[in-house]
Design a protein around this ligand. Structure first.
Ligand code: FAD
Ligand code: MLT
Ligand code: ZN
Length: 495
């Protein structure tokens, strides 16, 4: 797949080129095995999960301690070497890969669980721990991680925090801003910020850790985190429903919240196109309702402590919505294999889209009533172009994933989609980044969802914490906003 060229920006000439003396220094700090320079090995660090955003790093570093991260950043800051922090490299907005030749700083070597408190549920771990492995770890103590997403097998908890990842259970456990108890991070100049406490309550001054959550590697490198884990639900049930219209989808959502109340833990939707694509592209995914041909499907999950009671509630809800004609057909998973099968279908959509070829992905927060209108208008807008338009997402959170699949990345397709989609979203007072972040894809787009005064404060914070702008350049904030807040000699050159 040819990587997309349309997000290219010129290399900032202020940044130094990597030299032998830098490699020698890195090797002295983290040893030979932590300094990767082989072009084949570097390929995976240079290109993103979608194969859309590709740079060309000359080195990837894999430190194993916070002290090593601190020494690396202090050196890069002094030498004006730009740095991209990278976790599992599953990000979907081009935030985790270099744009040009930035040094990749991988957290893969920071992968130890430091402690788990089986009374409070507080987990303390290094940033490079893989989400699924953390869930297995706390699962052994009867707890669960407060987030879950399709990339759980590769994404790191540091990357999750840096993107403020949402995922499939935000409806139940809220955003990571609420679950993070503490953080350790290294600033651009090597200063270690030790905020790694496990306190539920702590009002001593400004809550600096929250600044790092969602900062996408632009304010510091997260090296460790403390996460509040909820008890693992004893009973999980999943229903899969076929629904005749998007208006009815919304009625079913209202009814689910009313009838299932505190046990409702996920409410996801997919359109028929997403279903058909996933069945066609992925082996091993089965259609839970093979005789149905409705335009919309829902995955409704309950999590609670009493299996019989929860199942009876979900069954009664299903009977009610079917009797009233809100749901055309439905099925309740009968065992954990069927539960996994339904989730495999939902989580498989993004993998199926990647199999299908290049894809323009939009991750939007919108009023629920407007979510599918945008999908339909997008279809009309790309009529005549070789595009297929798909809509799915976290309906319970008002989060639409609008995906446009094309045979190749094509500036004509992109020009039809952008900035129109962002303008449409702004007109609804929506957000152009619900959960994936801004990355490289939307660095110039923040103004669609935030006022200029807020963007200006963000740029001031960036300039305070990373005055040389070495951390994840060309990402998240518009160039003009940075220009207003750092001395001219430190600004990236004009495009
Ligand atoms: P990376 O991709 O490596 O990095 C993402 C960003 O964080 C980059 O800007 C990077 O510079 C920065 N970063 C990474 N680690 C650190 C660190 N330690 N310190 C500072 N900055 C850092 N996202 C959702 O929100 N919800 C979903 O449901 C969801 N599902 C997905 C399903 C699939 C199949 C895939 C491929 C992706 C999905 N994503 C989802 C997107 C992605 O998985 C998340 O954004 C995830 O949190 C990224 O974690 P990562 O470790 O891979 O980070
Ligand atoms: C999802 O909800 O499946 C993820 O955010 C990934 C995607 O948007 O494709
Ligand atoms: Zn999502």
């Amino acid at each position: 797949m040819r990587a997309a060229s349309s997000y290219t920006v010129p290399r900032d000439p202020r940044f130094a080129q990597l030299e032998q003396q830098d490699l020698d220094y890195f090797r002295s700090v983290i040893g030979d095995t932590g300094v990767l320079t082989d072009p084949d090995a570097l390929q995976t660090y240079s290109i993103d999960w979608m194969g859309k955003y590709e740079g060309k790093c000359s080195v990837a570093l894999r430190p194993k301690s916070t002290e090593q991260v601190s020494k690396i950043l202090a050196h890069c800051n002094k030498r004006l070497l730009a740095v991209v922090p990278q976790g599992g490299n599953t990000g979907l907005v081009g935030g985790s890969t270099p744009v040009h030749d930035e040094v990749v700083l991988s957290t893969a070597g920071l992968n130890r669980v430091l402690s788990f408190d089986a009374v409070s549920g507080a987990l303390v771990c290094e940033a490079g721990c893989v989400l699924e492995q953390l869930d297995a770890h706390v699962g052994g103590h009867g707890f669960t991680m407060p987030l879950d997403l399709g990339a759980k097998g590769s994404c790191h908890i540091g990357g999750n925090l840096a993107t403020n990842a949402g995922g499939l259970r935000l409806l139940r456990y809220g955003s990571l801003h609420g679950s993070v108890l503490g953080l350790e991070a290294v600033l651009a100049n090597g200063t270690v910020l030790d905020l790694l406490t496990t306190l539920r309550k702590d009002n001593t001054g400004y809550d600096l850790k929250q600044l790092l959550v969602g900062s996408e590697g632009t304010l510091g490198v997260i090296t460790a985190a403390a996460i509040q884990c909820p008890p693992r639900p004893a009973a999980v049930h999943v229903a899969y429903l076929a629904v005749p219209s998007f208006a009815t989808v919304q009625q079913v959502f209202v009814r689910a919240r009313r009838r299932l109340g505190e046990i409702l833990s996920a409410f996801e939707f997919l359109d028929r196109g997403s279903l058909e694509l996933t069945l066609a592209e992925l082996d091993g995914v089965r259609d839970p309702l093979p005789s149905s041909a409705e335009p919309f499907y829902l995955v409704v999950e309950t999590s609670g402590s009493n299996a019989e009671h929860d199942y009876a509630k979900l069954e009664a809800f299903l009977e009610e919505v079917m009797e009233e004609g809100l749901v055309a057909d439905g099925t309740l998973a009968q065992d954990s294999t069927q539960v996994a099968g339904i989730w495999g279908l939902r989580e498989g959509i993004s993998v199926a889209l990647r199999h299908a070829g290049p894809v323009y992905k939009y991750d939007l927060s919108l009023p629920v009533g407007k979510m599918y209108e945008l999908v339909e208008e997008t279809r009309a807008r790309v009529a005549g172009l070789p595009c297929r338009v798909f809509g799915y997402g976290h309906l319970g959170d008002g989060n639409l994933h609008l995906n446009v699949s094309t045979p190749r990345y094509d500036d004509a397709v992109q020009a039809r989609l952008e900035p129109w989609i962002y303008e449409w979203t702004a007109a609804q007072r929506g957000s152009v980044s619900a959960e994936h972040g801004m990355g490289r894809m939307k660095a110039e787009c923040i103004g669609y969802s935030k006022p200029a005064a807020a963007v200006d404060v963000m740029a001031q914070i960036k300039a305070l914490l990373d005055p040389n702008l070495i951390l994840n350049p060309y990402k998240v904030l518009p160039r003009a906003a940075l220009a207003g807040n750092v001395p001219a000699q430190r600004m990236p050159a004009a495009a």
